[in-house]
Write a protein that binds this ligand. Structure first.
Ligand code: E4P
Ligand code: PEP
Ligand code: MN
Length: 450
């Protein structure tokens, strides 16, 4: 690691998963433009998220992070943005009840456009082309011209993210997130769900709590917290040219913030200690996540703390574990113990998606809701056994009725997958599967309290 850090010091390190841009001059011009544009988020907002995450690290709040695997240029409209926000907020209300802790809401949105891939190429029939790497880089269509990396996509991502953020800010402050509406939507879901009876007790208690508040005079008119919501954005900081171009020195503190999103994470494929992604993110003040899969050792986890959180600030670093539903018991305790023993502060969050992907016999990449729930249950059970705090959950989901993951109360089967398989990368939970999971987590948390 080089000292001192600069926004471009990552360039001296090996950066994996970067596109081979065909035209360097065009890339330079695009980055120059991006550097001159306004920031997408502001340092003060990032500091507010850091404050919330400090509470998560100290067991006083819970992190809910979720959204698309890959945002797309095609699905860019107000309803899609609204529905993604709505599903996360509904989940948050259900989880608040379950965990008895405030929920810190962080979308995978307004910047989640770049994908690391297992293989640099994709073969269909007798044709082999470069893999799709997210619309920040190339196009998902399977043709030679679509798969060429195009630098001007970075600017398109910037403008789409700005526009998405604009609408999110309007929704979250303009009454859309009113707790009463959220509760009514959730009641509709419960009455239409085959599992409705099972969820009814929790849903009734939520309704009773709101009625009680109304009775004692706490309502949306006099209590902004019932009417407005704080919602933050995040994405994988993968394409470092883009992230560097959005990095700004805060005039109040003279510290650097990466102003492409409030929170950024490093993926499982780019978390090398001597790699460019760790070097870049160690220098920005945003809260940072790191994905940890089954190959992560206790030593890796400790060295990541040294590199990314040398001052051991609670909330600065979130480890997002993604082992696979039957690998949690084998992998999580050793990481937890070494971190605990070393006195390091991290938020432990569970991504129950990325270790549970499989290919259905029809060829669709999918995930099973039962495996997702099983990974979450194991995550909570291990933390209970180790005496540590499960700090959050991280999902790939959407507000639409897609058929990408199997299972859930409306029983999506492998035969349903072709009906609405719309993701450009990994399969997402649909709205009902997401609410199913929120209710199931709440049930699990209730069991743990017994
Ligand atoms: O979203 C994450 C990764 O990009 C994705 O899981 C990789 O998928 P692949 O194994 O199909 O490349
Ligand atoms: C690429 C992702 O995950 P991971 O790095 O854990 O594979 C992702 O979150 O989309
Ligand atoms: Mn993914």
């Amino acid at each position: 690691m080089s000292n001192p850090w600069q926004p471009d010091s990552w360039r001296k390190f090996n950066a994996l998963q970067q596109p081979e841009w065909p035209n360097q001059d065009e890339l330079q011009q695009v980055c120059k433009n991006l550097s001159s544009y306004p920031p997408l988020v502001f340092a003060g907002e990032v500091r507010s998220l850091s404050g919330h995450l400090k509470r998560v690290a100290n067991g006083k709040a819970f992190l809910l992070q979720g959204g698309d695997c890959a945002e797309s240029f095609g699905e860019f409209n107000a309803n899609a943005i609204r529905d993604k926000l709505k599903i996360l907020l509904q989940m948050a209300v259900i989880l608040t009840y379950g965990g008895g802790r405030p929920i810190v809401k962080v979308g995978r949105i307004a910047g989640q456009f770049a994908k690391p891939r297992s293989s640099p190429t994709e073969t269909q029939g007798d044709q082999t082309l470069p893999s799709f790497r997210g619309e920040m880089v190339n196009d998902p269509d399977f043709s030679e011209s679509s798969r060429n990396p195009e630098p001007n996509r970075l600017e398109r991502v910037y403008f789409q993210s700005a526009s998405t953020l604009n609408l999110l800010r309007a929704f979250t402050s303009g009454g859309f997130a009113d707790l009463h509406s959220l509760n009514n939507w959730t009641r509709d879901f419960v009455s239409n769900s085959p599992q409705g009876k099972r969820y009814a007790e929790i849903a009734d208690k939520l309704t009773d709590a709101l009625k009680f508040m109304d009775t004692v005079g706490i309502n949306s008119t006099n209590t902004p917290v019932l009417h407005e919501v704080e919602y933050f954005t995040s994405h994988e900081a993968l394409i470092l040219d883009y992230e560097q171009a959005l990095t700004r020195e805060d005039s109040l503190t003279n510290e650097y913030y990466c102003c492409s999103a409030h929170m950024l994470w490093i993926g499982e494929r780019t978390r090398q200690l001597d790699g460019a992604h760790v070097e870049f993110l160690r220098g920005v003040k945003n809260p940072i996540g790191v994905k940890l899969g089954p190959s992560a050792t206790a030593e890796d986890a400790l060295r990541l703390c040294d590199a990314l959180n040398p001052q051991n600030i609670p909330g600065r670093l979130t480890f997002i574990t993604r082992f696979g539903h039957n690998k949690v018991e084998e992998n999580l305790p050793k990481l937890i113990r070494s971190i605990k023993q070393a006195g390091r502060s991290v938020i432990w969050s569970c991504d129950p998606m990325h270790g549970n992907t499989f290919t259905a016999s029809s060829g669709y990449k999918t995930r099973n809701v039962d495996h997702v729930m099983s990974e979450i249950r194991s995550f909570f059970a291990v933390h209970k056994a180790e005496g540590t705090c499960p700090g959050g959950v991280h999902f790939e989901l959407t507000g639409d009725a897609v058929t990408e993951c199997v299972g859930g109360s409306h029983q999506v089967t492998e035969a349903h997958l072709p009906e609405r398989y719309e993701t450009t990368c990994d399969p997402r939970l649909n709205a009902t599967q997401s609410l199913d999971i929120a209710f199931l987590i709440t049930e699990t948390l209730q069991d743990f309290k017994k």
